[in-house]
Design a binder for this molecule. Structure first.
Ligand code: FUC
Length: 798
C-alpha cells in the first residue's frame, strides 16, 4: 500500500507558547519579559502609568585597551623568562608534593587585573501615561514565543489599551506600538535616560526623532540611540528632552541603539556611533508598523518554528503561578511548563545571539547594571561553552556566527599569550574573557587557571562540523583554531611525575580541591582536542599534523581512571571524597559534552560516572543542574534526567523562566534545553538514537525539526512511552544508522510511500542508504496499516 510521508506527517506548528502574567512586574530579575535581536535587548515589566523599558546594546562595555588605567588585554607585566620560571617553580613543587593550594598558585601565576570592565545597561525608554490609568482592570502582560512579541493590555474607563513590543533583527530596532479601541485616547510622554557613568547629550534631529548620545567615562566608548515617533491623529510636541503626545489614535516608537565597537583586535573601534545609528534608522525610514512587524515575524519565525514540540500538556496558567506551583500533581501542568521552558531556551538564544554582534554572555543580552555579576562576561570555565550546546541540535545554526567570530578574534591575543607567557606556538586563554580580547589571567585562586579553555572552545567548532558536514567551515574556520590549540598543548604537556604519561601541569579541576598534575578534566579536554584535530587533519590531508598527533596521543593520559569507591576520578590521584557535593562536575567531560564514555562502549566507565554523579547529588546552581540533565540523558536514565529538570524548574528558575545561579545566569536555560534534547535524541556515537532517555513523565509526545549529526533532520512521535514513528530527512546522501529500544521485526521504513530495504545491525539498530532531501518514514510496530489506521495517524499528528 502506498503511503506518502507528507500525507502522514502534516507540517506541524507549535500550539500556544505564551508566558503570561496578570500583573505588572515588580522586579527586573524575576519578572522581566526579555526581547532581543542579538544586538539590542529590552526587558518589559509593563507598568501601567509609568513604564520604564530597560534596554541594552550588546557591545556597550567599560574596560579594555582604551580604559583610563588601560590594562589592555590582561597580560601580566612579566617577561617570558620570568613567567616560564614561575611556571617551572609551580610544576616542580607539584612534582615533589603532588599538589598545591590554589592561593599559592594564584600568587605566582595570577595577575591582579584592573579595568577588566563590565557589560553595561544602555538605559531606559520611559513612557508616562495619564494618571487615570492607575485605575486599570483586566490587566495581562505576555510574551508570545511563537512571534517574539510581548504585549500589555488593560482596561481604563471602558477603553481597552494595548501595547505591543518586539525587537527586530532585520531593522535592528525595538518597536513599541501603543493603541486603544477608542479613537483619540492615547496621551503619553516618552524619553530616554542613561546611567551616570557616561556623558550624555539629547537633541531633536527632526520633529519626530530624538538622539541621545555620549561616551562612557571609563574608556570613551561612544554610544548613540535614536527614538523615533510616529502617530495616528492627535498631535506630538517636543518638550525638553521628550515627546509629548495628545489625543492620538495610536503611537509607534522605534528605538535604535548602537556603539562604535568593532570586534577587531587590537583597537576595537569602528565607525562613530552617531552616524551608525542615523544610518540604521534611515534604512527603515519608509516602513510602516505593519511592515516592521512582518519583517520581524518572517525573520524570527524562520528560525524558531523549525522545531515544534508537543507533550500531553494542559493549557498554561499565569507563569508566576506555574513556576511557584511546580511540580504539580497534575502531570499535564508539569508538561505544560516543561514544554514552554524548552522552547523558551531556543527563544532566548535567538534573542541573544545573531550574526553581527557578540555571543550570548552570562546574561544573554539582558543586564540592568553598570557592574554586572561577573561583569556578564564570557566565562570560559563552563559557561560560554554550554550557552551553545543547544544551537545545532535545536536547529539554530544562525545563532553560532557570533561565537565563532568572537573566538577567531580571541585567538589573536591568545597566540600572543602562548608566545609571551609560555614561549610556545598555538593559542591559549584562561578562565575569563571579555569583548576587548582579554586573555583572562586574573588572580582569583579558585577561578583563574583554565588554560584548557582554548582547546574546549575549539572542540565546539568540530561539533558544528559534525552537524553540518560543511567542509569549507572545517577547512577555513574549525581546523585553524583546532590546530593552533593542539600546537599549544603539544609543546606544553609534560610527563606526569608518577605515570610519565603526558599531562597538563599545573592543572586544576574547576573550583575544587588543590592544583595538581593531570586532573581528569584537563586530560579529557586535551584528548578530545587531539582526536578532533586528528579527524580534521585526516579529512583535510594534513599528514604532518597526523604524525605529530599520533605520537602525542600514544603518550597522553586520557584522564579516565576509576577510583577506590568506584568513582570516575576527578584527579590523577584517588583523592575524591564521597561527600563532596561541588557544583562543578567537569571531570565527566568525557561523558558530556565529550563522547568517550557510554553505556554501550565503555560500560565500566559509565558505571563509574554514575557513581560519581550519585555522590555529587542532584543539587547545585542552575547551570550545574543543567549539566546533570545532560549527563543522565547520556547515561540513558531518562527518569533521573527528568528529576534534575524538575529540580531545575523548582529551585533554580525565576518567574520569567530565567535560570538562576543565583543570580540570573542564562547558561542554566541553555544547558537544560541541551539536556532535554539529549533525552529525546542523541547522535554522538555514529548512530541516530531516537528517544534514548525518554522519561516516564512524558508518555506521549512529538517533536519535529531537531538536527542530528550527519546533517539530518529528525521528527518523532511517541505513544505510551514508546516510539511510534520517526521522519528522517538527511540533507545529503548518506548511510543512516538508526537506533531505538523499541525497534523489533515490526519495523517499516518508507520513502515516497514505498517500503525501502534496511539492514538490521542488531535488535535495536538498523541502517539504510538515503538520498539528500528525501523524507524517510520509520514506522514502529505498525506493519500494515489499514486505510483506516493510516487516516487515524494523519489525524492524530495534527
Ligand atoms: C564559574 C562558576 C560560577 C559562576 C561563574 C560565572 O566560575 O563556577 O558558579 O557560574 O562561572
Amino acid at each position: 500500500m502506498l503511503i506518502s510521508t507528507s500525507q502522514i506527517w502534516a507540517t506541524e506548528t507549535n500550539s500556544s507558547l505564551k508566558l503570561f502574567f496578570q500583573h505588572p512586574g515588580d522586579n527586573w530579575e524575576n519578572d522581566s519579559l526579555p526581547l532581543g535581536n542579538g544586538k539590542i535587548g529590552a526587558t518589559i515589566l509593563g507598568h501601567v502609568v509609568k513604564e520604564s523599558i530597560q534596554f541594552n546594546e550588546k557591545t556597550l562595555w567599560t574596560g579594555g585597551p582604551h580604559s583610563s588605567t588601560g590594562d589592555g588585554y590582561g597580560f601580566p607585566p612579566y617577561s617570558t623568562e620570568d613567567y616560564l620560571s614561575r611556571l617551572t617553580t609551580i610544576q616542580q613543587e607539584i612534582n615533589i608534593n603532588g599538589s598545591m593550594p590554589p592561593k599559592q598558585v594564584a600568587e605566582v601565576l595570577g595577575y591582579d587585573l584592573k579595568n577588566y570592565g563590565s557589560y553595561q545597561s544602555f538605559g531606559y525608554l520611559h513612557l508616562s501615561f495619564d494618571a487615570t490609568h492607575a485605575k486599570y482592570t483586566e490587566y495581562t502582560r505576555q510574551l508570545d514565543l511563537n512571534t517574539a512579541i510581548a504585549s500589555v493590555s488593560y482596561l481604563v474607563n471602558d477603553i481597552r489599551y494595548l501595547r505591543e513590543y518586539f525587537v527586530s533583527y532585520p531593522d535592528n530596532s525595538l518597536l513599541v506600538k501603543i493603541s486603544a479601541d477608542k479613537a483619540g485616547s492615547i496621551n503619553l510622554a516618552a524619553h530616554i535616560s542613561v546611567p551616570k557613568n557616561r556623558t550624555s547629550q539629547t537633541q531633536f534631529l527632526h520633529k519626530n526623532e530624538l538622539l541621545t548620545s555620549g561616551q562612557l567615562t571609563d574608556n570613551k566608548q561612544q554610544y548613540a540611540a535614536i527614538l523615533k515617533i510616529t502617530h495616528e491623529n492627535g498631535n506630538v510636541k517636543q518638550e525638553d528632552d521628550r515627546f509629548v503626545v495628545a489625543n492620538a489614535d495610536s503611537v509607534v516608537l522605534q528605538l535604535s541603539a548602537v556603539t562604535n565597537y568593532e570586534l577587531r583586535h587590537p583597537n576595537y573601534i569602528g565607525t562613530d556611533a552617531i552616524s551608525r545609528v542615523k544610518n540604521n534608522v534611515n534604512a527603515s525610514k519608509d516602513l510602516s508598523y505593519a511592515e516592521f512587524k512582518q519583517r520581524h515575524l518572517s525573520d524570527y519565525q524562520t528560525l524558531f518554528s523549525r522545531v515544534s514540540f508537543e507533550l500531553n500538556q494542559a493549557a498554561p496558567m499565569a507563569m508566576d503561578k506555574m513556576v511557584n506551583g511546580y511540580p504539580f500533581e497534575d502531570p499535564k501542568l508539569n508538561q505544560s511548563l516543561e514544554r514552554i521552558y524548552y522552547q523558551y531556551g531556543r527563544y532566548l538564544l535567538i534573542a541573544s545571539s545573531r550574526a553581527g554582534s557578540l555571543p550570548a554572555n552570562l546574561q544573554g543580552i539582558w543586564n540592568q547594571d553598570i557592574q554586572a555579576p561577573w561583569s556578564a562576561d564570557y566565562h570560559l570555565n563552563i559557561n560560554l561553552q554550554m550557552n551553545y550546546w543547544l544551537a545545532d541540535m535545536t536547529n539554530l545554526p544562525e545563532t553560532l556566527p557570533p561565537l565563532f567570530d568572537y573566538l577567531d578574534n580571541l585567538m589573536i591575543p591568545g597566540k600572543q599569550a602562548a608566545e609571551q607567557l609560555f614561549n610556545s606556538p598555538g593559542w591559549v586563554v584562561f578562565l575569563n574573557s571579555n569583548p576587548w580580547g582579554s586573555i583572562g589571567l586574573i588572580k582569583w585562586p579558585t577561578a583563574f587557571w583554565q588554560p584548557e579553555a582554548a582547546a574546549w572552545m575549539a572542540n565546539q567548532y568540530f561539533d558544528h562540523y559534525l552537524y553540518t558536514l560543511d567542509k569549507t567551515f572545517l577547512a577555513d574556520k574549525a581546523y585553524p583554531i583546532l590546530k593552533s590549540a593542539s600546537e599549544f598543548w603539544i609543546k606544553n604537556l609534560v610527563p606526569h611525575p608518577k605515570t610519565k604519561q603526558l599531562a597538563v601541569n599545573p592543572s586544576y579541576s574547576p573550583e575544587n580541591g588543590n592544583f595538581s598534575a593531570g586532573a581528569a578534566m584537563s586530560q579529557q579536554i586535551i584528548f578530545d582536542l587531539f582526536m578532533k584535530t586528528f579527524a580534521s587533519a585526516e579529512l583535510l590531508n594534513d599528514t604532518e599534523m597526523l604524525n605529530i598527533l599520533s605520537a602525542a596521543l600514544e603518550k597522553l593520559d586520557m584522564g579516565l581512571k576509576i577510583g577506590s569507591w568506584g568513582q570516575l576520578q576527578e584527579w590523577a590521584q584517588d583523592w575524591d571524597k564521597e561527600d563532596n557535593k561541588h557544583r562543578h562536575v567537569s571531570h565527566l567531560y568525557a561523558l558530556h559534552p565529550g563522547s568517550y564514555i557510554s553505556k554501550n562502549n565503555t560500560p565500566e566507565l559509565a558505571k563509574a560516572a554514575v557513581t560519581s554523579l550519585n555522590a555529587r547529588g542532584d543539587g547545585g546552581t542552575g547551570w550545574s543542574k543543567a549539566w546533570k540533565i545532560n549527563f543522565w540523558a547520556r547515561l540513558f536514565d531518562g527518569n533521573r534526567a527528568y528529576k534534575l529538570l524538575q529540580e531545575q524548574l523548582h529551585s533554580s528558575t525565576l518567574a520569567n523562566l530565567w535560570s538562576s545561579h543565583p543570580p540570573f545566569q542564562i547558561d542554566g536555560n541553555f544547558g537544560a534545553v541541551s539536556g532535554m534534547t539529549e533525552m529525546l535524541l542523541q547522535s554522538h556515537q555514529n548512530t541516530i538514537h531516537l528517544l534514548p532517555a525518554l522519561p516516564q513523565a512524558w508518555p506521549n509526545g512529538k517533536i519535529q525539526g531537531l538536527k542530528a549529526r550527519g546533517n539530518v533532520q529528525v521528527a518523532m512521535k511517541w505513544h505510551n512511552n514508546a516510539l511510534q514513528k520517526a521522519r528522517i530527512t538527511p540533507l545529503q546522501n548518506s548511510e543512516i544508522k538508526l537506533k531505538n529500544s523499541h525497534f523489533t521485526d515490526a519495523l517499516r521504513v518508507l520513502s515516497n510511500g514505498k517500503n525501502i530495504p534496511f539492514k538490521i545491525n542488531n535488535k535495536h539498530e538498523v541502517s539504510f542508504s538515503t538520498l539528500a532531501n528525501q523524507e524517510y518514514l520509520v514506522l514502529v510496530n505498525q506493519l500494515s496499516p489499514t486505510p483506516k489506521e493510516s487516516t487515524l495517524l494523519k489525524v492524530t499528528l495534527k
